[in-house]
Design a protein around this ligand. Structure first.
Ligand SMILES: [Ca+2]
Length: 153
């Protein structure tokens, strides 16, 4: 009976351990709020970056508030790194969407942006210089990027 009790106790502890793991993120991903985030340093154009994120069960990161924006900035290897995130206006000029389908509500545009310079800027880069703010940039440019997916549990 004591043996059985010990076994049950171990089983419960083990189960709780698993539950705790389920709340977090896979190895190599950083946890914030309900999400897991990964900075990919290998440069890619925006569409390739989006597809690379999809290939590992994620999307290019969406940014829903200032805290999430600051969290992504904190993961950058240097203050002048300007990665892609999931915002795009590829369907209709000026109509911004996130690749993960969430509503495009919060914005952190730099002054004068998005300017769709030369009518060729349909993708969103984080951390434009002099303000750590957002800029619309040409999608074919090769950049590092952020993937994001929901945390387990
Ligand atoms: Ca721009």
């Amino acid at each position: 009976m004591a043996m059985l009790r010990r076994f049950l106790l171990l089983f419960i502890i083990f189960s709780m351990g698993n539950a705790a793991v389920r709340q977090s993120c896979p190895s190599g991903w950083s946890h914030f709020g309900q999400g897991c985030y990964r900075y990919i340093s290998e440069p890619a154009n925006w569409i390739r970056a989006a597809r690379n994120c999809q290939s590992v069960g994620s999307n290019l990161a969406s940014v829903r508030n200032k805290q999430e924006n600051n969290f992504l900035l904190s993961l950058l290897p240097s203050s002048d790194t300007r990665p892609w995130i999931g915002g795009h206006t590829g369907v209709q000029d000026g109509q911004w969407l996130w690749t993960d389908g969430t509503a495009f509500l919060f914005t952190n545009w730099c002054p004068g942006e998005p300017n769709n310079n030369h009518q060729s800027e349909a993708c969103l880069e984080l951390n434009f210089p002099n303000g750590n703010c957002w800029n619309d940039a040409p999608c074919p440019i090769l950049k590092s990027y952020f993937c994001a997916k929901r945390a387990f549990g």
